[in-house]
Write a protein that binds this ligand. Structure first.
Ligand code: HEM
Length: 458
């Protein structure tokens, strides 16, 4: 009889899932690996099943199911954003903060005509504290034009009512997707609680089986990080120094953009390379994500576009007012921190210059400026709501890393990981000493929070 109705099982595809969740029959053993086993071959296992190992494998599988959902939502936003840019005749910039570009090296001295308020504050502060009205405006340590680095939005502002409605509709739907992705990330945190019922001694019963693999090789987790925008962090893993694009004899060819480590590759990069840590079927997945746009590209693209459109809060006069507010706040903070009683005497000229150049450095990125100014509006817009959803997702991923670190400490303490790293390695992934674009998807959004000021009259 030909069946005509759909079953739950066909729709959910649970057969494949159940197959992946299978347990060995009583008395079954892991196959003993052949003597010539090498990475990329079947899992090198041996010895009988350990009861607790089932929980260990299930937990990782559960993570992978949710990672797939997170990827699904992030991918939708990234691809729709790319299509939106294309539909408006532009192209979304593919950011790489470590690639040398003219845009990043460019320095432009402050033009007092463009920033009259900032110029007046600098002149007055120079006069008052350094005895020279032009000292902070000119010369080597002179203030640069704010927002000079990065900055290609590449699309015209949505002008007509229907264009604006379409833009708002897209942002609202992207926000909902990232909200879902964030909750999915956060919901996996409780999986660690379940796995933590495994005692260190129980873990040791089967831990050696994993060598030299670990969660470090999770293909989907790497996809999430790359899709978030952590391109610079992963460059050495996907393109190790001294690597080659030629396949090793008898191995599948490498996907575009991925390199295989060679003898010339430093040892730590070799062990961390995706080539080594992942099976060949995963290579194409990570390499593809690496070639594609990321959420960081979308966020920075939107901030740059908003700055280019330059209307309302991002008009030149608003930016002048905004930078000036921050400059004045920083000067006030400097004197509070320096302990010099007011009225001021004997200002440390270098310290003072440094305080001013800190504002200058922070204001150098147009994305940060745009994000801070947008954030100052107490009325939310579809754009600010979307940017907030991005920041929250970014935060949830850092939270995931923190939770994993606490969990790992509870399982193996300071012992080396099966992947050869350990707690020291994991702590680096959240270290404030790292460049912010290594640990966070959208550094501009986080930095902008430092500079949000109460609006005059608000
Ligand atoms: C007893 C359980 C676990 C222990 C002892 C553990 C330990 C570690 C250690 C030490 C590392 C650093 C690399 C290495 O030396 O291997 C690592 C990396 C990692 N683990 Fe775990 N882990 C455990 C469970 C999990 C689970 C359930 C997941 C969920 C998928 C996971 C995901 C990851 C990921 C994604 C990394 C790479 C982090 C990065 O490079 O930023 N781990 N783990």
């Amino acid at each position: 009889m030909t069946r005509t109705h759909l079953t739950y099982s066909e729709y959910i595809n649970d057969r494949a899932v159940i197959e992946a969740l299978r347990l060995p029959r009583q008395g079954d053993e892991w196959p003993t690996p052949p003597a010539d086993w090498k990475p990329g071959d079947d899992w090198p296992t041996g010895g009988g099943w350990v009861h607790h190992e089932v929980l260990f494998i299930r937990t990782h599988q559960a993570f992978e199911v949710w990672f797939a959902q997170i990827i699904h939502d992030m991918h939708a936003v990234i691809s729709e954003a790319g299509a939106y840019w294309a539909s408006r005749g532009g192209q979304l910039d593919r950011l790489d903060f470590e690639a040398p570009t003219a845009a990043r090296d460019e320095t432009k001295p402050l033009d007092p005509r463009g920033f009259p308020l900032v110029a007046a504050t600098l002149r007055q502060a120079g006069e008052q504290y350094l005895g020279d009205g032009r000292a902070l405006l000119e010369g080597d340590g002179g203030f640069q034009a704010p927002g000079r680095l990065h900055g290609r939005g590449g699309i015209a502002a949505p002008k007509s009512a229907s264009e604006q409605a379409e833009f708002a509709r897209l942002l609202t739907s992207w926000t909902a997707r990232l909200h879902c992705a964030r909750l999915a990330v956060r919901s996996t945190l409780s999986f660690f609680d379940v796995l933590a019922t495994l005692t260190p001694a129980e873990f040791l019963l089967f831990r050696d089986r994993l060598q030299p693999a670990s969660g470090f090789g999770s293909i989907q987790f790497r996809e999430i990080e790359i899709m978030l925008g952590l391109r610079e962090l992963h460059r050495p893993k996907i393109q190790p120094d001294g690597g080659t694009d030629e396949a090793a004899p008898g191995e599948p060819s490498l996907p575009e953009g991925m390199l295989r480590p060679t003898k010339a590759t430093p040892q730590n990069q070799f062990a961390q390379s995706f080539y080594f840590a992942q099976p060949p079927w995963g290579w194409e997945r990570v390499a593809k994500r690496y070639r594609e746009h990321s959420l960081r590209d979308v966020v920075y693209g939107l901030l740059n576009a908003a700055a280019e459109w330059g209307d309302g809060d991002l008009s030149a006069s608003r930016l002048d007012e905004f930078v000036d507010l921050n400059l004045q706040a920083s000067i006030r903070d400097y004197f509070r921190g320096s302990g010099t009683p007011l009225p001021l005497r004997g200002v440390d000229a270098d310290g003072f210059r440094n305080a001013v150049s800190e504002v200058d450095r922070a204001m150098a990125q147009r994305e940060t400026l745009a994000a801070a100014v947008l954030e100052m509006d107490i009325h939310r817009t579809p754009l600010t709501t979307f940017l907030d959803a991005c920041l929250r997702l970014d935060g949830a991923i850092v939270e995931w890393r923190d939770r994993h670190i606490r969990f790992v400490e509870g399982q193996i303490g300071m012992r080396r990981g099966t992947g050869g790293g350990g707690i020291q390695y994991l702590r680096q992934t959240v270290s404030p000493r790292k460049l912010p674009y290594y640990t966070h998807g959208f550094p501009a959004l986080w930095l902008a929070r430092t500079f949000v000021q109460k609006r005059s009259g608000a």
